[in-house]
Design a protein. Structure first.
Length: 95
């Protein structure tokens, strides 16, 4: 169980780093980070724990996902410098 917790923690930090690197739309986030695996609920956990927030938009492509102060603090205290280590080819496509 501890190994799974560590995996989720690491993926959550990657997710926060990715969000912090550049503005992301909700659609980009869902395309890149959704999962059908209930053991890796990175997006859901980040929202529930207040690490990121979604802004209102008329569509998924207009709504933005932003890192919160709590999310920035989580990155800072993890001793992992932000590097945008996760790059999805889906996030590179034009809106």
């Amino acid at each position: 169980m501890a190994r799974e917790d560590e995996s989720v923690r690491y993926l959550t930090l990657q997710f926060l780093d990715w969000i912090a690197a550049t503005p992301r739309t909700y659609g980009d986030v869902i395309d890149a980070w959704r999962t059908s695996c209930p053991r890796l609920p990175v997006w859901e956990e980040a929202i529930a724990n207040g690490l990121v927030r979604r802004t209102n938009g008329l569509s998924m492509r207009e709504a933005k996902v932003l890192i919160t102060d709590k999310g920035r603090q989580a990155l800072k205290t993890a001793h992992v410098p932000p590097t945008a280590t996760f790059v999805s080819t889906k996030s590179a496509r034009p809106n």
